[in-house]
Design a protein around this ligand. Sequence first.
Ligand code: ZN
Length: 240
Amino acid sequence: MKKIDAHAHVGYFGSWCDVGLTAREMAEAMERYAIEKAVISYPDNAVTAAALREFPDRFAALAWLDPNRGPQALEELDALLNGQGFCGIKLHPLFNAYTANDSVVFPLMEEARRRNLPVFIHSGHPPFSLPWSIGQLAEAFPEVRIVMVHMGHGHGVYIQAAIDTARKYDNIFLENSGMPMHTKIKEAYCRVGAERLFWGSDAPFHHYAVEILRTEVSGLNERQLEDVFYTNIQRFMGWR
Ligand SMILES: [Zn+2]
């Protein structure tokens, strides 16, 4: 089945992570697993920009922005959108140390609203990136489309909160990489909405084969799987 990866990273992550894929390595792996396109980001946006230049048909680029940098983050966003072909915002409250609903995030959200940009937000780690905080942000910015990346991640209580929060705010969409419970994929599809769940790999943190299999065995039928693997993110990003 053809796929679009709603969440991946090019480049190397050091420290405890010690994982990485170059743009070429990722493009080759995508070919093997029938992944047409990947939505990518990296803390250094220059790495993402280089990957996009090398494989413009394979990748869509999100601007990884640190709201703590204030006006500089807005300037960086402007440059990435206008000169470099970026098409959305990635926020990582854990990595950059702010809570998802902190007012420091608001200027970027206002900019996202003004430009109609999707905002992808990492979820699943206390105290910074909990589903409830992302819900409060979604409530404050109902016109901004938010992707709750990892839909709660590795903790059952957060996974349930991700589903419950997305049910409450219709501007929240869920992405399922690194989320261990295959049952929650079907639950999210049925309870949140058929069009509001995306498949993602979070490569290089997870292996494509593992992430694909978990979704394949989730209990969704072929047509539903096509929504999750392909059609939903395509529509969300405005590619069809
Ligand atoms: Zn990630």
